[in-house]
Ligand binder design. Sequence first.
Ligand code: ARG
Length: 477
Amino acid sequence: MTTSSNPPNSAAPDQTSGMWGGRFSEATDAFVAEFTASVQFDQRFYKQDIAGSIAHATMLAKVGVLTEAERDDIIEGLSTIRAEIEAGNFEWRIDLEDVHMNIESRLTQRIGITGKKLHTGRSRNDQVATDIRLYLRDEIDDILGLLERLQKGLLGLAAKNVNTIMPGFTHLQTAQPVTFGHHLLAWFEMLVRDTERLQDCRKRVNRMPLGSAALAGTTYPIDRAYTAELLGFEAVSENSLDAVSDRDFAIEFNAAAALIMMHLSRMSEELILWTSAQFKFVNIPDRFCTGSSIMPQKKNPDVPELIRGKSGRVFGDLISLLTLMKGQPLAYNKDNQEDKEPLFDAIDTVRGSLMAFADMIPALVPNIEIMREAALRGFSTATDLADYLVKKGVAFRDAHEIVGKAVALGVAEEKDLSELTLEQLQQFSDLITADVFDKALTLEASVNARDHIGGTSPKQVEAAITRAHTRLEQLYA
Ligand code: ARG
């Protein structure tokens, strides 16, 4: 019903211009064909392209545009092509430009004239937009699975380190003692937000552009809701012009990916510091490290370093997509073909980085004694001494001043506050009594005192881990 006089049941055209040859008087220049092609990178969503075509053909048969026999031939042909691709027996042709035309051309080669009917009521513009959304939806689900695994790994390590004390830093200077479990839960929170962002982004990915055709819709009596249902889309796009040109969903994903990488990069930075000979807080097992070709002693934290490095390219991918879109008039422009590589690169990089982290985190070995010793240096309990005085009636600013003087003495004598004698401390305030050592100046007293939701005390960290497991269940329900 699509054409009045069908051309002979020809095999696939030799050149791309065969797909639109009617209007052209010469073949596409070989360099131009290569330059404008996307098959080198868009073949990665062949599966989604075939699924989209099967759903489209099924819908066309439902509304009477294709016969049931034609539909069945198309579905069988496409399924065989999928098997060919998966077996590595498919010849991808640059002259056929992209994944869509490669598959369609092969379909026609296999099943003849019926293959030429598949594209009825459809354009590559709505087809490609549909394919990327299907592809990204699958990738988001995979990435969410990796995030969940990493989050569980963090909770496992945190549970073993509820009582492990380390220095907490501000300005990378010793600030106050914290528990290692609490620090790991801070990482966990970053990843919770990343999960929420990806889940939210997925909602807008999961809308179907198919049916928008080139830009204005199509003259066939299509049933978009039916196609959407077949493909598992939550809704159909509302406006055909917007649907074929919109790449917000890819930008949103890349923004979420950039944040994930920024978080992993911050964690990496800490791991790199912590594994240095100067910190020695944590040991990364050898299987995640490499050595030096010249310095025999070296064991380098390559995985975190590489992830810190890779964050930059994902930020770049986000900027590429934003820049790609900013000047485009409605509706589809060939510029949009450039959406794929930055999106794929962000997907691959985030996926690889998360996989490495998910494997590495449960394998980390904290040096508990070294962390504790580090927390004893740098006057980490100075705030606790000030709080001790406040509880005895001193105004906080005055307490701050008093403790500052005590710290100055400690610096001069090269002693921690807990190593000064009671008499030495009492020079600064006679409110200081012997209980100061137990109540304020031990690491345990310091962390135990921060006993409220969000605080670092072992009791709170324990409770936070329990809540975190429940939150994970709800998040990934
Ligand atoms: N390969 C193209 C892309 O990735 C498919 C859409 C082409 N549409 C067109 N009107 N030339 O965007």
